[in-house]
Design a protein around this ligand. Sequence first.
Ligand SMILES: [Zn+2]
Length: 265
Amino acid sequence: MQLNRIGRIQYIEVDFPGSSDSIQGFTTRHEGVSRPPYNSLNLGMNTQDQQANVEGNRSLLARAFGVNQEALVTPRQTHGSDILVINELNEDYSHFLSVESDAVITNQSNVIIGVCVADCAPILLFDPEQKVIAVVHAGWKGTAAKLVSKTVAGMQSEFGSIPAKLQAAIGPCIQKCCYEVDEPVKKAFQQVGITWDLCAEQKTPGKWQLDLALSNKELLSLAGVSADAIQISEQCVCCHSEQFFSYRRDKDDSGRQMGFIMLKG
Ligand SMILES: [Zn+2]
């Protein structure tokens, strides 16, 4: 992963080895049109930012990658475990903005699929053989719901993807240094087979510092994705206010960055 720029968009570009069929990455907060405290590339529809500015930012992102704003699909995220599948039957994407879902899978080219995040982990999946892409929004609830595992299974059942052939990237999210959680999170994670002692560190009684990215890496491995095909950003969004939005840090004054991926036409 490395910082790159396309048009005005400064983003962390992800290179999936052996393929030039897709383009993907994670946006930073730079070079958008939103005013403080949402400065400046706030891509989240559900913030107190002016809608026109968010629309302007989304248009900047879409145009930078050569598509119209209607081809930028980010569903309405609910910290749930529903998955939106877009295939060749879908000609109009505009209505997907109101669909409640926390992951998207598609085999269609020239449509950017994305998830908006402030602390949660944005996860990108790519199948270079079947030409299928997916994005996942994984906070602790989505992780405990094994959403990333369900998305891998969805790629398999809908489009014939083989998990061992997938590439994955887990983007900047809140890291262990800043993410304190309590007992209910521990219970929920252990119930789905996440190795708690590996993914969390106890600091005080009843409180743990959680590694969200590592938890999802374990789920991806359990789903059959090869460990060396999983890239992880080590950057903490909460520690780096100059680069990223963080809800835990800024509360309602926080904008949203985006994890996105597109199959090239
Ligand atoms: Zn941190």
